[in-house]
Design a protein around this ligand. Structure first.
Ligand SMILES: [Zn+2]
Length: 309
């Protein structure tokens, strides 16, 4: 399912609302004019709204915290029926990924190419969708995203990866973080902000509560594309706990025994940390303790390449 993160809210209780609102704001990116769109659709029955419109209503509720009616439950129910649109993880290595991201800006999705393509991806809101969902374009003839209204689209014929981590990396690269950091600033931030350590060099750190057991299940099976957003969100959430406490630094322990997915896991770890450092106000430093030598080497390699890219 595309909106897997809404699943835990099917039995919605009032105490869950703050977390739901945070999740909505993490996963949904709105068009600039979403308030105007909301005003047009606010009195329509939920059952008649499109996926994009339901996202707008949900986002509006999360911002205004106005939950008088049962709209939320109805929307969650309908969005959970939307099938997963994520595409397979690309088998590109990091330098190929970075090369493609560099070239993205030149590759605009033009209206006259729509007929020869099936799928479009947006690196502003990270949606992947069929081209027939595109209904508007700007004056230059560039297609606009049906979810966020931006022209950050590319088509499948370009043969550029369209998986979640690629889209997220592109989003970060083009400076679409909460703090408005562009990638050159972020490179400095992650250079200063992420330290990778062996356990032996980290004595004295109280690490009892910061182990990431959710990664365990990926040690023995291959990561699929729908896992990417879950892994990133879970690491981001564990970092968010520190942010909410107003802490300047935190330590994450990555328990890892498997030999599978070393590149994917290290890439996702660094991307989640980058996202947190780019979006959080207080958190400035993340220590990663990785006992598995191979995973640690791989993670150091990913970090080095991102810093110099
Ligand atoms: Zn979009």
């Amino acid at each position: 399912m595309k909106y897997w993160w809404l699943e835990k809210y099917t039995e919605l209780e009032v105490r869950m609302l703050p977390e739901l609102f945070l999740d909505i704001q993490f996963f949904l990116t709105m068009p600039k004019n979403y308030l105007q769109i909301y005003k047009k659709i606010e009195s329509l029955p939920i059952s008649t709204l499109s996926e994009e419109e339901m996202c707008i209503v949900l986002y509006y509720i999360s911002v205004t915290k106005n939950v008088k009616n049962n709209h939320i439950s109805q929307i969650i129910e309908r969005l959970l029926l939307v099938p997963d649109t994520s595409l397979p993880i690309s088998d590109y290595n990091l330098s190929e990924i970075i090369h493609e991201i560099y070239g993205l800006k030149e590759k605009k999705a033009m209206v006259d190419q729509m007929d020869s393509n099936n799928v479009a991806a947006c690196y502003s809101c990270l949606n992947v969708f069929y081209v027939d969902q595109i209904t508007s374009a700007n004056r230059k003839g560039q297609c606009l995203c049906p979810f966020c209204g931006k022209n950050k689209l590319y088509f499948d014929n370009e043969l550029i990866p369209m998986n979640y981590s690629f889209l997220l990396h592109s989003k970060i690269f083009y400076g679409i973080t909460e703090l408005g950091c562009d990638f050159s600033k972020l490179k400095k931030i992650i250079k200063k902000g992420i330290t990778i350590m062996k356990k032996s060099s980290s004595k004295g750190i109280n690490t009892s509560k910061k182990r990431n057991h959710f990664l365990e299940k990926y040690q023995k099976k291959l990561i699929k594309s729908e896992d990417e957003s879950q892994i990133i969100k879970k690491i981001y959430d564990s970092l968010f706990v520190t942010e909410r406490n107003g802490d300047y630094e935190t330590t994450l322990i990555i328990d890892w025994e498997g030999q599978l997915n070393l590149f994917e896991i290290s890439y996702l770890i660094i991307l989640s940390c980058t996202l947190a450092l780019g979006n959080f106000f207080y958190l400035k430093h993340i220590s990663l303790i990785i006992e598995n030598d191979q995973l640690r080497n791989q993670t150091e390699k990913v970090l080095r390449m991102l810093i110099k890219s």
